[in-house]
Design a protein. Structure first.
Length: 370
């Protein structure tokens, strides 16, 4: 249903009703999703996932070679499962979107190679898109178009950013601008590292989230990075989690040295409280500073129960609208990539060239890598 021709370099604009397939392979999840272009936000038709997280668990973090091989094995079966979930046929696909970055180079390449092969075989345009924009776009599948601008808190295993989002189509200057970022570890990385030092396996987020539910968040007063008055001028909207991770490590070491029991639930709850406190306080303050009325929380850590609850309380108190995708759409998936493709192609964009490469460090400002 594209309104124009389909050669590299042509402007492609997809009409409402068109179907976009999305392929995600930037880390340890192989995701394939289908969305339909509408006059508003894209509509989710269905998606499927395969994860290699279990294969990384004994290493305490993602092993790139293992992830790449797992993507290779999982990709085609995941495409078939996604077709089944969406209830559509191959002939109904009008465009393919694929994560071009950021992420692990080898993993990205598997998704890109598959996407290029499907695009060539089915004679449909290909759009390389930004994984980070995908996390924000996931929310539009559930809650409709974003107001312009919106403030996004993007919290994942590799990123912690405050973003001003004007367009998920990347069609205007400053469509997505970074207001702040972590100066060391990402929030999800802190979860994964704290889980490792507590012997809880990988990924750390879900298990800490569960254990924290029965712990006391006031048991240990862990530090809140970059919240002191002296940090305000240079780092008002930036984050730091490496000091928090070290504080948890020191606390656990001291307990073990003294031969005392390690109250894992209390430590998880106190650590989680520190993360959620800083993330929500800085997000609400940035929205208020900038006069932006809508906050979106996105990325894998947005699945966190305490973060969702505290963001809800603080946004309500500040009179801000809060949007968070449902938990299944927070962590990496193919539907979010299809959603960016649909946003991009609905307004019209140049299809990516067949030699489109993976960009492990693709900046968040680049929504669509032509
Ligand atoms: O967005 P994502 O799936 O992958 C990246 O783009 O990095 O995020 C993965 C991160 C991991 O660090 C994982 O521990 C964290 O999200 N995570 C959570 C939860 N579920 C996943 N962190 C806190 N609470 C959760 N429930
Ligand atoms: Zn992600």
């Amino acid at each position: 249903m594209s309104e124009t021709a389909n050669a590299p370099g042509d402007i492609i604009r997809l009409a409402p009703g068109s179907v976009v397939m999305g392929i995600e392979s930037s880390c340890d999840e192989t995701g394939v999703g289908f969305v339909r272009v509408t006059d508003g936000a894209p509509e989710l038709l269905g998606h499927a996932l395969a994860s290699s997280a279990d294969e990384h668990a004994r290493f305490g973090g993602v092993v790139p070679e293992i992830a790449s091989r797992a993507h290779l094995q999982a990709l085609v079966p995941t495409v078939h499962r996604a077709f089944d979930a969406a209830g559509i046929e191959q002939g109904e696909v009008d465009a393919i979107a694929v994560t071009a970055g950021p992420g692990l180079a080898g993993s990205l390449l598997v998704g890109l190679a598959a996407a290029k092969a499907y695009a060539a075989a089915w004679e449909v345009p290909l759009f390389g898109v930004n994984h980070l924009a995908g996390h924000v776009a996931a929310d539009t599948l559930e809650h409709g178009p974003l107001p312009k601008p919106a403030l996004a808190l993007l919290v994942s295993g590799g990123h912690t950013q405050l973003l001003r989002v004007t367009s998920l189509a990347g069609d205007v200057p400053d469509a997505i601008t970074e207001l702040g970022t972590t100066i060391d570890d990402a929030a999800g990385e802190a979860y994964d590292k704290v889980a490792r030092l507590l012997g809880l396996g990988y990924p750390g987020g879900p298990v800490i989230d569960t254990l924290a539910a029965t712990g006391d968040p006031r048991a240990v007063d862990f530090p809140r990075g970059l919240t002191a008055a002296k940090d305000d001028a240079a780092h008002r909207s930036d984050f730091s989690f490496s000091g928090l991770k070290t504080a948890v490590a020191r606390h656990v070491e001291a307990l073990r040295r003294d031969g005392r029991a390690v109250p894992v639930e209390d430590i998880c709850a106190s650590f989680q409280e520190a993360v959620a406190d800083v993330l929500t306080a800085k997000t609400v303050r940035a929205a208020t500073d900038l006069g932006i009325g809508t906050v979106v929380v996105a990325g894998g850590v947005a699945a966190n129960g305490r973060l969702r609850a505290l963001a809800g309380e603080r946004c309500a108190a500040a009179g801000l609208e809060l949007r968070i995708p449902r938990i299944g759409l927070c962590t990496d998936n193919g539907a979010m990539i299809a959603a960016v493709g649909a946003h991009v192609a609905a307004v019209g964009a140049v299809a990516s060239a067949p030699h489109l490469g993976a960009d492990p460090g693709l900046p968040v400002e680049v929504v669509h890598a032509a």
